[in-house]
Every structure is written in structure tokens, then in C-alpha cells.
Design a protein around this ligand. Structure first.
Ligand SMILES: [Zn+2]
Length: 308
């Protein structure tokens, strides 16, 4: 976990279970805004990081979520208890948050942990988030998530790219797993990012980077591979979700992890879509775990699966 201070903001680089958080400090006498809040299991760490980075006398006044995956908004509830914050979300999921519909918010589908939070306002694509002297334009960035925003400060050439662009790739394309198709949206979002004159990208995961052209071209190659073989994306997605689940629980006995494979709706959904490989989700899960272990992402010791 690293903290990087840049002009007017601090990036908390959190790893994979928690997305990065960006604290926008604001001007003199202004209170701070936090972009994304990490995973619920790291909420205590998130509070400590925010408290440490606030200027003397400053408080956190606002949280803005780029999108509502559990690794980006899991700290919202704890921050709202600790500070008098205004929570701002993209409009696409507003009704689902108001009703706390865990089906539509996909937490049931992915079997992921989250703490219920409320929101106070919306940030719509095209609107500008003003903090201090900086102006962040909210841009729609569908693909990884249909309702995701990215935030671009044209004066400074700084882009907060969420999971639409990482230094090496982009987040799982969730609508593809439902059979809705969103590779075109991923490509269109990369096209949009290419039109911006971004000189620094702060991704949802990983360190900030400045070789924006290189990242876009790597993302395009990855997209082309997924387009050529959608099943490779689906398998990659379930492996990524398995790793994420292991990060949530720490380590897990094999039978219990096999239970997770059998009961997590998105796993069965993809397994059916791929033509029921290996005959059962349990056997397919064992195969995917073998691939994760071979790639050094997890370690199977005895009957327990650990994070590598
Ligand atoms: Zn995401």
C-alpha cells in the first residue's frame, strides 16, 4: 500500500481487494473529497488513511464513487458514520441504491461483501466536480460496468480512470458475462480516453502512470484477444472473481471454496454459458484453481487454498 501526493490530491494505492482511493484536498478553508472508498473489510484502514492525509482542521465532506462495485464503495458506510459526508454516485444505479437492491447492484450475483450505504446526490456524465482550483469532468465510461464514470481534469491532463483503463488492461467486462455484450463499449471508452490529452492516469488499481498511449495499446490488444475468444474472457473473469473472493476471506478450505463455486450465481451462469465444462461447477472450479495455482496466484497447501 503506497500513498502518493500529487498537486492537490493524494492517491492511496490499495491493491486489488480495495480499489485505489483519491483524496482531493480542496483549497484553503475547503473540506476534502474522496474518490472511491475501498472494500468493506478494509474500512478501518480507509478511515486511518483519510484521517492521516487530511490537513489540520480539515474534514472529509464528500465521497464520490466512480461506480458501485464492492471494491470501490465498501468504505462508504464507515466514512459516513465517521464524517458528515455527502455521498455522490453515478445516476445509473441510483434507484438500486435507494432500494438497496443487491440483485441489481450485483452483490448477490457475485456473492461479495458490502455494507449498505445511502447517497445524497448524483454526478451525471458531462457534469463537473469542482474541488479547489481543479475541475474534474465526469465522463460516461461503460464497458467494465455500464454506469461507471471516469473523471478528467483537462487543465492538468489528469484522468481518474477507475476500471476502464489500467496500466495493463482493464476490469472484467461484467455485462459480457450476462450475455449482454459490452466489448464494443470497452472499445468506445478506450477511444474516448484516447481523445483526451491525459498525461497522468490514476487507475482504479495499481500505481498512477503516465505512458497513456502504451496503456491504451495494451488494453486494445487485450480487448482484441477477448473479442476473438469470448470464452477466454469468461474464464478469466471467474478466475479473477475467485481470487477476489480469496482476498475477502483470507484463505479457505477446499470443500468450502467448492461450495462457493456451487452457490455463487455468476459462476453457475458462466459455467452454463460455456457449455457446462468438466460436467460440474465443482470439477470446473478445481480446474480453474489448478490454473490459478500454476500461475502463482493462489497456493493450495493440503486441503486449504491460500492467496499467493
Ligand atoms: Zn469495478
Amino acid at each position: 500500500m503506497a500513498s502518493t501526493s500529487l498537486i492537490g490530491f493524494t492517491v492511496f494505492e490499495r491493491g486489488w481487494l480495495s480499489s485505489n482511493n483519491i483524496l482531493l484536498h480542496g483549497g484553503d478553508g475547503e473540506h476534502a473529497t474522496l474518490i472511491d472508498s475501498g472494500h468493506v473489510s478494509h474500512a478501518v484502514q480507509t478511515l486511518a488513511l483519510v484521517r492521516r492525509a487530511l490537513r489540520p482542521g480539515q474534514t472529509l465532506a464528500q465521497i464520490v464513487n466512480t461506480h458501485l462495485h464492492s471494491d470501490h464503495c465498501g468504505g462508504n458506510a464507515a466514512l459516513a458514520r465517521a464524517f458528515d459526508v455527502r455521498t455522490v454516485i453515478p445516476p445509473g444505479d441510483a434507484d438500486a441504491v435507494a432500494d438497496w437492491d443487491e440483485d441489481r447492484l450485483t452483490y448477490k450475483l457475485t456473492n461479495q461483501c458490502i455494507e449498505r450505504f445511502a447517497f445524497d446526490a448524483l454526478l451525471r456524465p458531462g457534469e463537473t466536480l469542482r474541488v479547489g482550483s481543479r475541475r474534474w469532468q465526469a465522463l460516461a465510461a461503460p464497458g467494465h460496468d455500464p454506469h461507471s464514470l471516469i473523471l478528467y481534469d483537462a487543465n492538468e491532463g489528469t484522468l481518474i480512470s477507475a476500471d476502464a483503463l489500467w496500466e495493463n488492461g482493464f476490469g472484467v467486462v461484467f455485462p459480457e458475462l450476462d450475455g449482454e455484450g459490452a466489448f464494443d463499449e470497452v472499445g468506445a471508452t478506450l477511444d474516448l480516453i484516447e481523445t483526451l490529452d491525459a498525461r497522468l492516469v490514476i487507475p482504479g488499481h495499481g500505481a498512477p502512470f503516465s505512458d497513456v498511449g502504451g496503456a491504451i495499446s495494451r488494453a486494445r490488444s487485450r480487448l482484441a484477444r477477448f473479442r476473438a475468444d469470448a470464452s477466454s474472457h469468461a474464464r478469466h473473469a471467474i478466475k479473477a472473481l475467485t481470487k477476489y473472493h480469496l482476498l475477502e476471506v483470507g484463505s479457505e478450505p477446499l470443500p468450502s471454496l467448492q461450495g462457493w463455486f456451487a452457490t455463487t450465481p455468476i459462476v453457475s451462469q458462466v459455467w452454463h454459458r460455456l457449455g457446462q465444462p468438466e460436467g460440474s461447477t465443482t470439477a470446473w472450479g478445481r480446474q480453474l484453481l489448478g490454473e490459478l495455482a500454476a500461475a502463482g496466484v493462489v497456493v493450495v497447501r493440503g486441503e486449504t487454498v491460500h492467496n499467493a
